[in-house]
Design a protein around this ligand. Structure first.
Ligand code: GDP
Ligand code: MG
Length: 347
């Protein structure tokens, strides 16, 4: 039976939504201020603290020995520190080449090293834009995909929060019909966020849930319809075909939908993040990435190769487990948060 596809193990865990300190009802007045300018950078800074620590402490250590020359030994140490953030060998090499050119056989100038890192990272993240492709009229349909436990359902809650905060009406489709717990998890979020939810019987065809969710979005004049899916591996071709079927069903109802097919990647997945991006782009037509769990990771640099290698823009980053912990991705803010403190004295 296609429902219990090859390699899927039913699980019973319910990652319950964490209690939130803020009420969801009457915070609209206070929120816009908190969500602009400094507030965003603060949250990003907190989320990227681990990555920034690895990068900055290690890079700072290189500057410790006074009068140190930029020689091959220095450059190798620099490369190793960069690699530890998962930014990938290409970005690390480019930074090393740039520093070598600018400082060859001269005394280490921390500002030039940091400037090299900043310029290389920004250049590599340039193509990434945060905007969600919205429908020109009618509901915008967003299909959310990824491997098990990557953060799909939580990211859907976060996206729903983002849209409802903009005054948009959101309907969710509980398309992870594989686990009853997944439907419950999304239902809890929907209740908490004041979003409507369309759900089916456990084990039913996810395409039928998607169909009903889109139908509800159309008939109820919703602005956004976000559809959850069961976790799957990029290598499971039958399950990737299931995603194609969901897409076809949606496209029959709204010709240019789904407007986005987001791939949620766990930032701690390391090199596997790259193979997920490749596999889901090719087999599921993903249009953008949500990089979740950036807060728990010392390897936030993975955003660089993910963006660069597959031409898939990172649209959002997940920075925690509550509905507010989502950031529209901005290369400038990301690099600023990452390099902040790089020149401050250690300790
Ligand atoms: P799914 O299987 O892809 O739907 O993953 P879930 O949304 O259920 O998330 C799996 C676990 O990761 C849950 O415990 C979430 O609370 C947690 N999680 C999701 N996103 C984030 C994030 O951005 N940061 C942290 N720290 N945890 C997250
Ligand atoms: Mg889920």
């Amino acid at each position: 039976m296609a429902l219990f596809g090859f390699g899927r193990k039913p699980t019973t865990d319910i990652p319950a939504p964490k209690a939130e300190t803020q009420s969801t009802g009457d915070d609209s007045a206070a929120e816009p201020a908190a969500r602009s300018g400094g507030g965003l950078l603060d949250r990003l800074r907190a989320g990227l603290a681990k990555t920034a620590r690895v990068l900055n402490t290690d890079v700072r250590d290189l500057f410790k020995r006074e009068g140190r020359l930029v020689d091959e030994e220095f450059l190798e140490e620099l490369r190793a520190a960069l690699i530890r953030t998962d930014m990938g060998p290409a970005a690390a090499e480019a930074i090393v080449v740039d520093v070598r050119e600018r400082l060859r056989a001269r005394v280490v100038d921390p500002e030039i090293v940091i400037d090299s890192i900043r310029r290389q990272l920004l250049g590599r993240l340039e193509q990434t834009g945060a905007a969600v492709a919205m429908a020109t009229s009618g509901p915008t349909v967003i299909l959310v995909t990824g491997v098990n436990g990557s953060g799909k359902t939580t990211s859907i809650a976060k996206l729903a929060r983002l849209f409802t905060r903009e005054g948009k009406r959101v309907v969710l489709g509980a398309g992870d019909t594989f686990r009853a717990a997944a439907v419950e998890q999304l239902s809890m979020w929907a209740g908490r966020l004041g979003a409507e939810i369309v759900r089916g019987e456990p084990g039913c065809d996810p395409a039928s849930v998607a169909h009903r969710a889109v139908a509800r979005a159309l008939e109820g004049s919703f602005d956004v319809c976000i559809i959850d899916t069961a976790g799957r591996l990029q290598t499971q071709s039958n399950l990737m075909q299931e995603l194609s079927k969901i897409r076809r069903v949606i496209a029959k109802q709204i010709p240019d939908a789904p407007h986005e097919v987001l791939l949620v990647i766990d930032a701690t997945a390391g090199q596997n993040a790259l193979s997920q991006a490749k596999g889901f782009k090719e087999a599921a037509g993903c249009t953008g990435i949500v990089l979740a769990k950036l807060d728990g990771s010392a390897r936030g640099g993975v955003i660089v190769p993910v963006t660069e290698q597959f031409g898939l823009p990172v649209k959002f980053v997940g920075l925690g487990e509550s509905a507010d912990d989502l950031e529209a991705f901005s290369p400038e803010r990301f690099v600023a948060a990452l390099l902040e403190g790089a020149l401050a004295p250690a300790g």
